[in-house]
Each structure stands twice: as C-alpha cells, then as structure tokens.
Write a protein that binds this ligand. Structure first.
Ligand SMILES: CC(C)(COP(=O)(O)OP(=O)(O)OC[C@H]1O[C@@H](n2cnc3c(N)ncnc32)[C@H](O)[C@@H]1OP(=O)(O)O)[C@@H](O)C(=O)NCCC(=O)NCCS
Length: 406
C-alpha cells in the first residue's frame, strides 16, 4: 500500500472514496446546498492506494488557528475527511495514514493537530485526547424566565444595544466578522477561514441553509453577537449557535430566543458546559442537558513548544513524564510557570505526573482536570498534591469550547 499526497486533480476521487467509506453519495444534497468539500485543501490531503492503484483510504487537514488559554492564537492542523473503504477495514490502512500524516505535520513545523471524532474509540491510539466538550440545552418556554441577579457592587445594566432580525442570506459578512472577534478570545475556538463562509462549507449558519439570524449590536451599532435559529419542527425553536463577544450579549440573545412566541421549547445546540446562562434562569432546573459529549480532540506534536505557547494563570512547577507510544518517544520535562509564561525543558528530576501524550492533549486547553484523569487511572501522580497543583496550573481563564464543525 502507498500513501500519497493529493493535488487538485484528485478532488473527485478523494471525495468519492471518502463518501464510500461513510456509505453516502456525494450527490446527496446537504442542508442548504453548501458542499463541505469546497473547503478541502488538496495540498494537505492523503490518499491510501493499493498496489494495483485502487484508492482505499483518505485523510486530510485544514489550516486553522486555534485559540489557546490566554487569548493566544496558534496554527493547528484540523484533521478531517478520514475514511477507509468498508472492503479494506481493519488491515492497518488508517494506522498507516495517521503515522504518515503526523510525521508530515511535524516536518511542516506544526506542533498541534485537532479533530472531531466520529467514534470515541478511534483516535486515542494515535495520541489524541478529548479536550473540549459540548452539550444541548433544552428550555421549556413556560420555564424560560431569566432572573438576573444584581451583581454586588456593579450596576445592574443589561447589555446596551439592540437586536435586529435578518435572514441568513442577508448577513454572511456580519456573521464572519462577529465569529472572528469571538473566537480570538475563546480558548478552544477555531478560526473559520473566509473560504468556508464564501462557499457555505459547513453546518448552519456557515452553510446557506435558510435561517433567521438575530444580530446583536452594541450602543454604537457595531455587531457584537448573533443567534442563528429556525423553527423546523413545530413547537421547537432550535438555535444552531449563539456567538457573542461577551457574556451580557450572550444573555441578550438567549433572552431573545427564549422570548419567541408560539414555541413550546427552545433547544440550544453546541451549548458550552459550565456556561453561566443556567444560573441566570429563574428556575435552575429549567435547562435540561442532553447530548453531553466530547467535541475537539487535541494531539501535541511537540510537547515543549505546545506547553510554552499557551498562557498560564498561576505560578508553579511540575515534572511531567510523557509517553508517546505511536511515535516511539518518551520525554521528561520540567514545566516552570512564572508571570503567565512557561518554560519547558528536559530534566532528570523525579516526575510529579506520568501520562500518555493523549492525556496531555486532554488537559492542554484547561477543559479536563488532570485530577479526574488521575482518578480514572489514566495519569499517575507520584506525590500527594501533584494532581491538585496540575488542576490549578492547567485551568484556563474560562472553560474551552469549540463549536466549529469540520
Ligand atoms: C474508522 C476507520 C477510518 C478505521 O480504519 P481502519 O483502516 O479499519 O483502521 P486500522 O485497521 O488502522 O485500525 C487500527 C486499530 O484501531 C481499531 N479501530 C479502528 N476503527 C475503530 C472503530 N471504529 N472502533 C473501534 N476500534 C477501531 C482497530 O481495531 C485497530 O486496533 P488494533 O490495532 O488493536 O488491531 C474506518 O473504519 C472508517 O472509515 N469508518 C467509517 C468512517 C469514519 O468513521 N471515519 C472517521 C471519521 S472521524
């Protein structure tokens, strides 16, 4: 079997092979007519070919920017379009593609790759760990009242501004600009390159599927948030996403959705766990959580580079013993954090924590507590207090969240 890079000429065969792996047809229309493959970067994709020249596997990567804790933007490879024909499964085709891809990403100087996993059993063996989480929040209209407490010592003012109702077709540029402002301050968020919006490559509201969009504007009329929604199923208003550049704007848009007439319930898709909205509902039990699941998986390709790239919020020192069985590597690093910045150098000191690179991926953005992975038996803590210190060190300024589908 040969793994080879693709060019623009391979687009049809790549898309066809991938659809066959998923048992779908490229001809099947996607919602709203956006074709996801228009965003593919054909100079970053791989095809696995049999000795007689038959394509049997695909894997690709997008060039994203990922926001790390501390509002730091770094390049990240968004692994995508992974599939192996049903006739060639469990013969090591994916393993060969993953090895090839990780080696190539490193050769390009990349130090992080991320993906969304179709199944949770596939990617840990390749060094990926779940790092951000998402859920669906359903609020029955009759329990939709918000009771915003008066914050002690601050003015009790709702977000100044206005909400304008537009159609998806009218406001692509507004959505793109607001999303870009939001993602720069949200740990775990990915950029949505212009070509995604331009070609409608993605789920609504990136795709041009018919949607209403409530655009929030600040006191000067500048858009600072939006909610994309529709009432497809009678009685249920489904919000694809609320993108807001601050919490008060999020609340204003949630209030707008919750105040809609003639619906029995409002469903917020891609709702960030730990979001304060649940605390703003007068009835805490009004928000029913479902589909609580992983979203972004993270893979560190260069441990010292990744750890020194992110921002930190507490001083401290930890010795991490990191195993990377797929790449046959093992490293022990002294992580020293001072004044928001980290140093990470090889050391011979006794380790505080021993962990797999996939677990380091899970804790990297601050969305998974190291102590949880110690309790789960994934991470080994070598001294009392090491896990608590790691929890405090790795925490981000806010929970990481990603809602970009790719
Ligand atoms: C998932 C998929 C790409 C795996 O490809 P593959 O070539 O069969 O994988 P490999 O043969 O390299 O498997 C490597 C290991 O992972 C395991 N594995 C692979 N897919 C798995 C799955 N879906 N669930 C559980 N284990 C899986 C294999 O059993 C094997 O384990 P082993 O090393 O202990 O024997 C393929 O089944 C597929 O195309 N599925 C449908 C599309 C899909 O889900 N793509 C992923 C999009 S994120």
């Amino acid at each position: 079997m040969e793994i080879r890079p693709t060019t623009d000429q391979d687009l049809d065969v790549f898309v066809d092979t991938l659809h066959a792996a998923f048992g779908r047809f490229p001809e099947t229309p996607t919602e709203g007519g956006g074709v996801w493959w228009s965003a593919l970067e054909m100079d970053r994709n791989l095809l696995a070919m049999t000795a007689d020249g038959q394509p049997v596997g695909t894997a690709g990567a997008y060039s994203f920017e990922l926001t790390l804790p501390g509002e730091i933007l770094v390049p990240a490879a968004g692994v995508t379009a992974v599939g192996v024909l049903p006739s060639h499964r469990r013969q090591g085709v994916l393993s060969a593609m993953m090895r090839h891809q990780l080696t190539e990403l490193r050769a390009r100087g990349e130090f992080l790759s991320v993906l969304l996993a179709s199944e949770a059993l596939i990617y840990r063996r390749f060094g990926y760990g779940p790092a951000t989480y998402t859920q669906r929040l359903t609020v029955p209209r009759h329990q939709a009242a918000l009771a915003l407490p008066r914050a002690r010592g601050t003015a009790d003012a709702p977000a100044p501004g206005s909400v304008e109702l537009l159609r998806r077709a009218e406001c692509g540029e507004i959505l793109e600009a607001v999303y870009d402002r939001y993602r720069r301050a949200q740990p775990g968020a990915l950029s949505r390159p212009h070509r995604w919006w331009a070609s409608g490559a993605g789920q609504p509201p990136v795709s041009p599927a018919p949607r209403y969009v409530a655009v929030h504007r600040d006191a000067d009329g500048v858009p600072d948030g939006y909610a994309s929604y529709s009432v497809v199923e009678l009685g249920t208003l489904t919000v694809d996403e609320i993108i807001a550049t601050d919490d008060a704007v999020f609340t204003a848009l949630a209030r707008f959705a919750l105040g809609h007439d003639l619906v029995a319930q409002v469903v917020f898709k891609h709702f960030p766990p730990e979001h304060p909205l649940r605390w703003q509902l007068a009835d805490f039990r009004a928000g029913q959580v479902s589909d609580d699941t992983d979203w972004l998986w993270v893979r560190l390709l260069d441990v010292p580079r990744a750890l020194t790239a992110r921002g930190w919020f507490m001083d401290g020192e930890l010795v991490l013993d990191v195993d990377d069985p797929l790449l046959g590597e093992h490293g022990r690093y002294l992580l020293t954090v001072r004044d928001g910045k980290a140093d990470c150098v090889p050391t011979d000191r006794e380790p505080d924590l021993s962990l797999d690179v996939s677990d380091l991926g899970s804790v990297y953005l601050g969305g998974t507590a190291p102590s949880t992975l110690v309790r789960a038996g994934h991470i080994r803590a070598h001294r009392p207090g090491a896990a608590i210190l790691a929890d405090a060190l790795f925490r981000a300024e806010r929970s990481p969240h990603c809602l970009h589908w790719f």
